[in-house]
Design a protein around this ligand. Structure first.
Ligand code: HEC
Length: 199
């Protein structure tokens, strides 16, 4: 009896695994990953700001952000990163679609409009972007007016990021975006493939 039940459950799971994930499901999953990424980053940032202040936290940001981006690619086969027109890390330079969206958002913000998620389908796969604003005065300690910042911090930033453009921001300005590419070929999560193998 137990065997029959097990077989039935296996068939049901297999059926689920073979279903492709549609675009609205992809969007939901990606937005959840953005939330997770944002939460992880802000948790790490507030801990290290308390412990070492902005000067000590910069090298922490330099390690954590790229490591998390790599982790999403390795674990989920989804490319997730932060992008900005005024990037600090050159790996966050926006591509063509990302630039178009960022410019559209900047224009809408100037016109007093609300901005939200953008998504599209391209030859690379399903793409999602969500805006990041300077929503906390903490951000200005490392992205604010250079004249108001600690000269030692500025010189460390110059050393670590010779191309740094991520300064001179004010509260509520658009800082950049979370951006994801879900390639068509990796239609399923690795997790689902893992379930498949365990059947
Ligand atoms: C301790 C200094 C520090 C603070 C505080 C800080 N950042 Fe950053 N930020 C950095 C560093 C360093 C990078 C580059 C990380 C990397 O190498 O990937 C960065 C990168 C970014 C990026 C990615 C785009 C780019 O320029 O490379 C965004 C978006 C961003 N920060 C937004 C924010 C927001 C929003 C806040 C406030 C919640 C904030 N930051 C607070 C230091 C800081």
């Amino acid at each position: 009896m137990n065997r029959i039940l097990l077989l039935l459950v296996s068939f049901m799971l297999l059926g689920q695994c073979n279903q492709s994930v549609d675009d609205s499901q992809k969007q939901k999953i990606v937005l959840g990953l953005f939330d997770q990424f944002q939460m992880d980053l802000s948790k790490e940032l507030s801990t290290s700001m308390k412990r070492t202040g902005p000067l000590g936290s910069i090298s922490n940001c330099k390690l954590i952000s790229p490591a998390k981006e790599k982790d999403y690619l390795d674990t989920h086969s989804i490319r997730i990163r932060r992008v900005s027109e005024k990037y600090r890390n050159p790996d966050h330079k926006p591509d063509e679609w990302e630039s178009i969206v960022l410019q559209k958002w900047a224009k809408e913000l100037k016109e007093g409009k609300e901005i939200s998620v953008s998504f599209t389908k391209t030859s690379e796969g399903f793409r999602v972007m969500r805006p990041i604003k300077i929503n906390n005065s903490l951000c200005l300690q490392c992205h604010g007016k250079s004249n108001d910042m600690d000269p030692e911090l500025i010189s460390q930033l110059k050393e670590l990021y010779p191309e740094d453009r991520a300064l001179e921001y004010e509260m509520n300005q658009l800082r950049g975006a979370f951006s994801a590419i879900w390639p068509d070929k990796s239609a399923y999560f690795k997790m689902m493939r893992h379930n498949d193998l365990n059947q």
